[in-house]
Design a protein around this ligand. Structure first.
Ligand code: ADP
Ligand code: ZN
Ligand code: ZN
Length: 756
């Protein structure tokens, strides 16, 4: 007889591992605890206990757990263990993949190279040394010799900064860094310390930004908002999920704030998810005013140390009450979760792409809430087809908010035919006369403008008009984007940069030309059209230095025109924008995907929603070569229902979500032939198992080679009656069968549920 623990380890195997629990560790080895175990030859790993039992594993010697890493509180809660198990099925990955995604690496030391061992952050402070502490204030000056000018200066500064004269027994803390900043002489500091006048000491400091301001009451809700607020609460009496469909700037965020307050007042915790970190600062400030130190922020760009600190605080006795986070926050230990808010629930960036687990943050949040007995509120001005269908079918509650706050009208949307204008030579570069006029008006009236385009860089591709040659990446099957700022062409898939040749390498022609355009070029043209305007650009290239300052400068009116990619469409709240221009709607409408229309509608409606939020109705100019495209008319009329109905019909006809559940299977490898052979074999086995009409492909995706690896894709359209685990079983079985019948050396097969 012994006692054993099944443990998840961060290794790429589809199993848990069983270890013996030595007697002294018995009471601390509980499900959810982190343990340190030997693994393989000389390796040691951190794992998570999932189950305790007394069944001795057969066939091999069982090793002992070395230590238990958690003292008082297990790091992983029972609900999280359940969620992790669900994620493993849903994402068709290993338990170790899920563990690595869930637990900050600072919480899983190993004896290999653990890059981020957790160290509490400390800071060095200065306090009075013996001599200074025993001197009456008027005599401070005599402690230092007359010739030691620097020391005297530093001492004076210290006395001033610490308020020592006013409060000799309890001076304010002064950091060493601040004092050195004030008088730059480390020699003086050393001398003062040596002579017992000052003393240095170290203190552990919390890394989470402290909130210094005053807590405020949130603004009162308008009658329409109050009605929606009550409606949501009613909904939650009978449903677990509720969709708040509220037009842009209707005050959804204010409604969330009131709901959060209620849940916290009742002792619950609230998880507030946002699609992108670029948004968090704006919303964080809004929330901090109301919730102050009760909240924390968590996303994948937080440092490891912060992640560990947040985690520890959440498993401890005094957890944060409000957690604002990106999708990865669904993995946090939430002891008293009572509400999850998924803002901008339609956003594709809720989807984790690589590495596994490739989960959808919204869907995972709903599962998390259901495990914890909490409610989920989805919010959007342009809900996903799936969520809106769930709401109209009665599976979710539906609350609609059709008015903007203060009844400001939704922006007026004008559609401009650029093909016609170009023919008649009215276009000035990328700009139509109407857009130029509107931007000019805005600037004259002290208003701001946002210009949207979904491609960064200067131009699309460099190509040869004589022979058709296109400059492509050597390692990826994709044409390059020219960036004027670096005078090079770059691959947006692998990041490699290339020189742009002066003559065509294929036919020697000297008339190479650039086709298509990106945000850099818009910036250049708008600056020459409006030389006095202060112009800023928000995209992946410009924001490397920090998108926060770009956003806050615009918010404070330090810039007049903001040019940007998708990043400007996501829920930002600017007061003073009267014009929004969509430079080329055609590039938005040409997604090679069944979601093309959905994405186009959402993107345009969201970008348009940045206009005229606070004072008066705004204007949106959509430039396009296809002014008759039906989706444009729906955007113009803000006809969400019409859009939803047409989409639903299409989806039904082709058995796409919400009428099926998609999983993309990707086959990748460096040898194209082998990849194609494996993909074909796998597709046919999958078709036998799921039915021919439920399998699409194998196909080459639009970018069919990335980093020398060829990619073929198979799409499974599983029936809704088939549970997640069954899809996983069938698919795994098909993969095993494929591998037994073909050589799959050097080939990787990965799964992507709910591809976006
Ligand atoms: P949404 O999230 O629906 O786009 P927001 O919550 O950002 O809308 O609201 C838009 C703007 O209107 C914000 O600046 C917000 O502060 C303001 N606002 C909304 N509701 C109220 C209210 N009840 N009282 C005061 N200001 C409000
Ligand atoms: Zn050529
Ligand atoms: Zn590349």
């Amino acid at each position: 007889m012994g006692i054993y623990a099944d443990i998840i380890l961060p290794v790429p195997l589809n199993i848990t591992f069983t270890y013996r629990i030595p007697e002294p560790l018995e009471h601390r080895t509980v499900p959810g605890a982190r343990v340190y175990v030997p693994f393989g030859k000389g390796r040691r790993l951190t794992g998570i206990v999932v189950r305790i039992h007394s069944v001795k594993p057969e066939g091999h010697t069982v090793k002992d757990i070395l230590t238990v890493l958690d003292d008082e509180y297990p790091s992983v809660l029972p609900g999280q263990l359940k969620l992790m198990e669900w994620l493993r099925d849903y994402c068709m990955c290993t338990p170790g993949d899920v563990m690595k995604a869930a637990l900050p690496s600072g919480l899983r030391p190993d004896n290999g190279a653990n890059e981020h061992p957790y160290k509490p952050k400390t800071e060095v402070f200065v306090r009075p040394g013996n001599k200074l502490a025993n001197t009456v204030s008027t005599d401070y000056g005599n402690l230092v010799g007359k010739t030691a000018v620097r020391q005297k200066e530093m001492l004076d500064r210290y006395v001033e900064m610490s308020g020592l004269t006013e409060n000799p027994l309890n001076p304010s803390p002064v950091t060493k860094k601040a004092l050195l900043n004030a008088c730059k002489s480390s020699a003086a500091m050393n001398a003062l310390v040596e002579n017992g006048i000052l003393e240095l000491y170290e203190l552990e400091t919390g890394r989470l930004p402290e909130f210094g301001g005053h807590i405020q009451q949130p603004p009162e809700l308008s009658p329409a908002q109050q009605k929606a607020f009550n409606g949501i609460k009613d909904c939650f009496r009978t449903k677990n999920v509720c969709l708040l469909h509220g037009v842009t700037s209707s005050g959804k965020t204010e409604i969330y704030i009131h709901l959060i307050k209620e849940h916290i007042a009742k002792g619950g915790q609230v998880l507030y998810l946002l699609p992108e970190i670029a948004l968090t600062t704006q919303i964080m400030h809004r929330l901090q005013k109301v919730f102050g130190g009760d909240m924390c922020v968590y996303h994948s760009r937080c440092s490891e140390n912060i992640r560990v600190e947040v985690w520890n605080r959440l498993t401890g006795p005094n957890p944060y009450k409000l957690i604002l986070g990106a999708r990865s926050a669904v993995m946090l230990p939430l002891q008293r979760l009572s509400l999850v808010i998924v803002d901008e629930e339609h956003e594709p960036s809720y989807k984790q792409e690589d590495p596994a687990p490739r989960y959808h943050g919204r869907n995972t949040a709903i599962m998390l809430a259901s495990i914890c007995g909490a409610k989920t509120l989805l919010g959007s001005a342009t809900p996903s087809i799936e969520s809106y269908s769930n709401a109209t079918s009665g599976k979710y509650g539906l609350i609609t908010l059709e008015q903007r706050f203060r009844n400001i009208r939704l922006p007026k949307i004008e559609i401009v035919d650029t093909a016609d204008l170009r023919r008649r030579k009215y276009m000035q570069g990328l700009f139509s006369p109407l857009l130029i006029e509107q931007i000019g008006n805005a600037l004259e009236n002290g208003k701001q403008a946002i210009l949207f385009h979904n491609r960064r860089g200067y131009s699309g591709t460099v190509e040869c008009p004589d022979c058709g040659w296109v400059q492509k990446c050597d390692c990826c099957d994709v044409s390059l984007t020219f960036h004027k700022s670096t005078d090079s062409a770059s691959c947006h898939y692998c990041g490699r940069r290339y020189r742009v040749p002066a003559i065509c390498p294929s036919c020697g022609s000297k008339s190479l030309r650039q086709r298509g355009f990106g945000t850099e070029r818009i910036e250049e043209e708008v600056s020459s059209l409006f030389p006095k305007a202060r112009v800023a650009r928000l995209d992946l290239d410009s924001s490397r230095g920090g998108y926060e300052s770009i956003i806050s400068d615009f918010q404070e009116g330090l810039t007049d025109i903001l040019i940007g990619t998708q990043m400007v469409s996501k829920g930002l709240d600017f007061d003073n924008v009267s014009v929004v221009g969509i430079i080329e709607a055609d590039s938005i409408m040409s997604y090679p995907d069944f979601r093309a229309t959905e994405r186009a509608f959402q993107l345009m409606a969201q970008v348009a929603g940045r206009a005229g939020r606070k004072e008066s109705q705004g204007t949106v100019i959509i430039q396009t070569r296809q002014p008759d495209a039906p989706v444009l008319e729906m955007v113009r009329r803000n006809d969400y229902k019409g859009f939803h109905n047409t989409q639903l019909q299409e989806r039904r006809a082709f058995n796409y979500p919400p009428f099926s559940r998609l999983t993309t299977v990707s086959v990748k490898g460096t040898i194209q032939n082998a990849v194609e052979k494996t993909a074909t074999a796998l597709a046919s086995i999958l078709a036998d198992s799921f039915g021919q009409d439920r399998i699409l492909g194998p196909d080459a995706p639009p970018v069919s080679k990335i980093q020398y690896r060829h990619i073929r894709r198979i799409i499974i359209k599983a029936g809704l009656d088939l549970p997640t685990w069954a899809v996983r079983e069938k698919t795994n079985e098909a993969v095993r069968k494929t591998a037994s019948q073909n050589s799959t050396a050097g080939i990787t097969i990965s799964f992507d549920p709910d591809p976006q």
